[in-house]
Design a protein around this ligand. Sequence first.
Ligand SMILES: NC(=O)c1ccc[n+]([C@@H]2O[C@H](COP(=O)([O-])OP(=O)(O)OC[C@H]3O[C@@H](n4cnc5c(N)ncnc54)[C@H](O)[C@@H]3O)[C@@H](O)[C@H]2O)c1
Length: 262
Amino acid sequence: MAVQLDGRIALVTGASRGIGEAVARRLAAAGATVALASRDAADVEAIAAELGGPHRGFALDVASTGSVEACVGRVCAEVGVPHVLVNNAGINRIGPTEAMSDEDWQAVLDVNLTGVFRMCRAVGARMLDEGRGSIVNIASIIGTGAGMPWRGPYGASKAGVVGLTQVLGAEWMGRGVRVNALLPGPVMTDMVRGMIERGAVSERNVVDRTPAGRFGAVDDVADAVLLLAADESAFITGQAIAVDGGYTQWAASHEASRPFGG
Ligand SMILES: NC(=O)c1ccc[n+]([C@@H]2O[C@H](COP(=O)([O-])OP(=O)(O)OC[C@H]3O[C@@H](n4cnc5c(N)ncnc54)[C@H](O)[C@@H]3O)[C@@H](O)[C@H]2O)c1
């Protein structure tokens, strides 16, 4: 039996490309009406138009409380109160932590952590009024299961998202709203391609270091979002689930153990 979301409304942040776009397309394919939101309003409007049907694109800057309130107000008025919220919008600033500026630290925390809080507050309040909802926060294995150099603010922000997810999972479950987090490992998107080009990520090392023998695909994450969004996961809340091809579970060094062929 395929997981379906017929009759449900989903709001996906950062849906203009990468993981967020794949999530929006996956939820739409499962029958949901999707509100795609991003800084890049023209891009999400174009994707919504391409999807056709009732799907809509909305401008959103999760770093601004005013923008979050305006976007969520419009989505609720023009599409309906979301049954599903996917907090996917995220940024990164990479560099040695001892040289990290306050501005870079603050920018990452403001989008990745406070942005998730702002969205949970705005959409969660309306979901609680309705007595139903599922929120999926896209965190990362970085800061929650894997230390990766040069990602101080990013790791801190993602660990914060997991902390918020655990608290809200306990706080809101009794009122019908579930909150979970996914922790993707390296997924080949524009964000990661940019890092490979700048030498901040080694493609070869990631492939060698991952038991699955490949980068994650955006659809690996989208499929996991679908499960957490749907009633099939009705008893799961407050959890942080890795989608990483075994990356964080492989403790043996590459030299000491080569169980994956090669
Ligand atoms: N790609 C990976 O390897 C990977 C791994 C783990 C976690 N993640 C997380 O997955 C999410 C998506 O990553 P991606 O690789 O697809 O990134 P991406 O850079 O390709 O896309 C990010 C999206 O977020 C939007 N966005 C950024 N700042 C925003 C803001 N202030 N307000 C609204 N929208 C904003 C962008 O417009 C874009 O749509 C992020 O939270 C990221 O941290 C990615």
